[in-house]
Design a protein around this ligand. Structure first.
Ligand code: HEC
Length: 115
């Protein structure tokens, strides 16, 4: 019969396509294809790697929640970094100058747009 052989094949192709899609998305490092020609984003990435990466690896969840899966306006990123609500430590201006924090927010925005 035609349909009995067609259905399993299409189901296999579909699941293989879905699996490949999911695996590809999960293993693809977001920052790999990030456009870092913008010096602010490049600098924000550098600062992020030093200050934020350990708890928000690659913008994903680690010790802290994922940052690249939701709209996080710049003021919210700045507020959270300065005040450290919840379990996150606060970053003072001596530790994280405002210009650096601005660039981290720009980096996070680019990371989201990239994902
Ligand atoms: C020591 C671990 C740690 C470090 C370092 C850290 N975070 Fe966090 N972050 C957390 C935790 C834990 C939370 C969740 C806070 C809560 O609500 O309890 C959080 C939450 C956040 C949120 C809010 C996310 C949301 O879903 O609302 C933002 C934005 C954020 N962090 C940004 C940053 C930035 C930017 C840096 C670097 C300057 C940074 N974090 C460094 C642990 C960390």
């Amino acid at each position: 019969m035609k349909t009995s052989s067609f259905l399993p094949l299409s189901a296999w192709v579909l699941s293989a396509w879905l699996l490949a899609g999911c695996a590809g998305r999960r293993s693809e490092p977001l920052r790999g294809s990030l456009d870092t020609s913008d010096p602010r984003i490049a600098h924000g990435q550098t600062v992020y790697m030093v200050e934020c990466e350990k708890c928000h690896p690659g913008g994903d969840a680690g010790l802290g929640p994922s940052l690249n899966n939701k709209p996080l306006p710049g003021f919210l990123v700045r507020f959270q970094a300065r005040h450290g609500l919840g379990a996150m430590p606060a970053f003072g201006k001596d530790e994280l100058p405002s210009a650096d924090l601005e660039d981290v927010a720009a980096y996070l925005k680019a990371l989201r747009g990239n994902g």
